[in-house]
Design a protein around this ligand. Structure first.
Ligand code: PHE
Length: 354
């Protein structure tokens, strides 16, 4: 057989085999078989050494054509096989979007956090700042600056956890108000709300030894009771619905004069009388009043120039009213059913208070 015939045979052989190749592995094996070190094409090249120059040229050209031809074929087939493999993989890994998914339980905000956020949003929109202070407070800021000197009988209303004679777990966030007034060196106007945890020695269905308060304070020139009433009206309507009326009842707090208990008209019966408002048509919700001159003086403000008002309420009580919770301890018992229910109320259109 002539060299030319051998080249043609090898060429036909490869083409024939390439036709039957089914995988990249087979293709690779074939490449080694023909183009590898001991491959059939390499073998053909070794015939060159016995040829004279003229023939070398002719035969060399033939061999080169063979190699180019084979390589192109290999490349094309390789590309096709790779594409096929990708398509096959895509087909196998196809996602069936109609399959039912596994449920993922997403957390939700605690009712107390929800109420805090709602109140903060409202007061920030009215130009108030949010102020915070320490939970372990001094007797001075928790009581004395607030017109409750040592041995004042009103301290009994807030019996507390003492660390030592001068330090205690704060019983009211009013302590933060005293701190902010004291720290304001220019003695300029103040407009703040103070959210935070407070502690008192009591515990039953409606009182917890730890609870959350939100107090508000304005100190400025020409602040009157009318400003307090208007602010509280906006506040209560935001929390309990736009039809709420408010009522101020005279009360006593050492740090305000006059002082009030503030009631809202019952949102369940609209003032007609029901079990929620104990047939009175009103629900007691906050304490408030005009800042006592002694408090202003104790914190470096001149009561002849500045006046102010303050109010305070318990966040848990608001949350209980808003979400129909009848035992304050439920808010701290880690029962997911409570969170889910509150989430359902806030997520749907079932909120009676809106
Ligand atoms: N600090 C009072 C309390 O804890 C609430 C209050 C705040 C009353 C501000 C009047 C003015 O009971």
């Amino acid at each position: 057989m002539s060299k030319e015939e051998r080249v043609k045979n090898v060429n036909d052989e490869i083409i024939n085999k390439l036709d039957k190749v089914n995988s990249l592995k087979e293709l690779n094996d074939l490449k080694v078989e023909y183009l590898g070190k001991k491959g059939k094409v390499t073998e053909l090249s070794s015939l060159m050494k016995d040829l004279d120059n003229d023939e070398k040229k002719k035969y060399g050209k033939l061999l080169n054509e063979l190699k180019t031809n084979i390589n192109t074929k290999f490349d094309t087939i390789k590309q096709n096989l790779e594409l096929e493999e990708i398509n096959k993989k895509l087909e196998e890994e196809k996602i069936d979007v109609t399959l039912p998914s596994t449920t993922i339980n997403v957390g939700t905000l605690h009712p107390v956090t929800r109420v805090i956020n709602e109140i903060e949003d409202l007061f920030l929109s009215m130009g108030y700042d949010i102020a915070e202070g320490p939970e372990v407070e001094t007797d001075e800021y928790c009581f004395e600056k607030l017109n409750l000197p040592k041995d004042h009988p009103a301290r009994d209303m807030q019996d507390s956890f003492y660390i030592n004679a001068e330090r205690l777990l704060r019983t009211q966030t009013s302590a933060v108000q005293a701190r902010v007034m004291d720290a304001n060196k220019e003695k300029s106007a103040i407009r703040i709300i103070c959210p935070g945890k407070v502690y008192r020695r009591e515990e039953d269905a409606t009182h917890s030894h730890q609870f959350t308060q939100m107090e508000g304070l304005i100190v400025d020139k020409n602040i009157s009771l009318a400003d307090l009433k208007g602010t509280l009206e906006v506040f209560m309507r935001k929390l309990f619905g736009k039809d709420r009326q408010i009522r101020l009842r005279p009360s006593y707090f050492p740090f305000t004069e006059p002082s009030f208990e503030v009631d809202i008209s019952c949102y369940k019966c609209n003032g007609e009388g029901c079990s929620l408002c104990k047939d009175t048509g009103w629900i007691e919700i906050l304490g408030a009043g005009v800042v006592h001159p002694n408090v202003l003086r104790n914190c470096g403000y001149d009561p002849d120039i500045y006046t102010g008002f303050a109010f305070g309420l318990g966040i848990e009580r608001v949350a209980m009213l808003k979400y129909g919770i009848n035992d304050v301890r439920m808010l701290f018992s880690n029962d997911l059913r409570l969170l889910n229910e509150v989430n359902r109320i806030e997520g749907g259109d079932l909120d009676e208070t809106k």
